[in-house]
Design a protein around this ligand. Structure first.
Ligand SMILES: Cc1cc2nc3c(=O)[nH]c(=O)nc-3n(C[C@H](O)[C@H](O)[C@H](O)COP(=O)(O)OP(=O)(O)OC[C@H]3O[C@@H](n4cnc5c(N)ncnc54)[C@H](O)[C@@H]3O)c2cc1C
Length: 263
């Protein structure tokens, strides 16, 4: 089974800065890490390769430093990776990110399965996976806790939908968003870090992909943009409510109505 794993490099700490003009997170020069949710999808890809054979390749869209995220994926066992990087992709929202990734996937050799993490720890929209599958015209399923190959051309996916567990059969190729905390991601291997083959990575820029219209990517290609990122105001106001549960419910709804939190 040939698997592509989408991974993202995210800020390494909450010490982040936002470009006051574009509202976009500054990434260059700030500590970074591999998106924690992607560790579970990478581990899922490794165990599928161990069971069914095939290849595991990672793909990331980001600034040149995002290559580090691909390196860590190869140290965990991936066969190689593709870095999609170009100033034109900067400031992308989910739609522009998914579209750019889909253009890169079209450039890569065939695949059977695309794995994405549940969400990222910075944008945290949990939208890219399903939007990427839409751009590629393949089915997708989320909250996956296990994947099995039980019938030629199909995978059987078990989903955790919080109030119930559902099992579904999906035709390949398809995209699966892997739930968090479903396995114990293996540690990057020091030995592998010393043996990464030169040709393990490919870089793709705007001139390497089919659609080279800059207005489809980055800030220009985004339908949403982050107006302002700011820490929520903390205030120390306290009000102790007393009464029976229905009296408390009335008092709380009055406070919410006064605050225009509810209509
Ligand atoms: C604070 C903040 C708020 C934002 N709010 C919005 C918003 O409301 N709407 C909007 O459209 N954009 C928003 N963005 C921009 C959005 O973060 C970027 O478009 C980002 O590249 C993708 O979204 P995400 O981080 O939410 O990914 P998610 O959809 O949470 O990521 C899910 C999975 O998709 C894959 N993936 C995500 N990004 C990449 C990548 N660059 N390369 C490879 N695989 C990837 C990974 O497998 C990841 O686990 C926001 C950004 C920030 C920093």
């Amino acid at each position: 089974m040939d698997i592509l794993v989408c991974v993202k490099q995210v800020p390494g700490s909450s010490d982040v800065e936002v470009d006051p003009v574009t509202g976009v997170l500054k990434r260059e020069g700030f500590s970074t890490k591999l998106n924690p949710y992607d560790l579970y999808s990478i581990e899922m890809a490794m165990s599928l390769r161990e069971k069914y054979g095939g290849t595991v390749r990672a793909i990331t869209m980001g600034p040149p430093q995002a290559k580090q995220a691909l390196l860590e994926t190869v140290w965990m066992g991936a066969d190689g990776g593709v870095l999609l990087t170009d100033r034109a992709f900067g400031g992308a929202d989910c739609l522009a990110t998914s579209y750019a990734l889909s253009q890169a996937v079209h450039k890569m050799s065939s695949y059977d399965l695309i794995l994405c993490g549940k969400q990222t720890t910075d944008g945290d929209t949990a939208q890219v996976g399903s939007e990427l599958s839409e751009e590629l015209g393949i089915p997708n399923i989320g909250n996956a806790i296990s994947i099995k190959l039980e019938r030629e051309g199909f995978i059987t996916v078990t989903q955790n939908l919080d109030d119930r567990i559902v099992t579904a059969e999906i035709p390949l190729p398809c995209l699966v968003c892997v739930d968090g905390d479903i396995n114990s991601p293996r540690l990057p291997s020091y030995k592998r870090s010393k043996q990464v083959p030169q040709n393990a990575f490919t870089s793709l820029t705007l001139k390497d992909i089919e659609d080279q219209d800059k207005t489809h990517y980055g800030l220009l290609g985004s339908r949403t943009n982050v107006e302002r990122i700011f820490p929520p105001e903390k205030n120390a106001d306290r009000k102790t409510l007393t009464g029976t549960s229905s009296e408390l419910a009335t008092q709380i709804s009055d406070i919410l109505k006064t605050g225009k939190f509810i209509g």
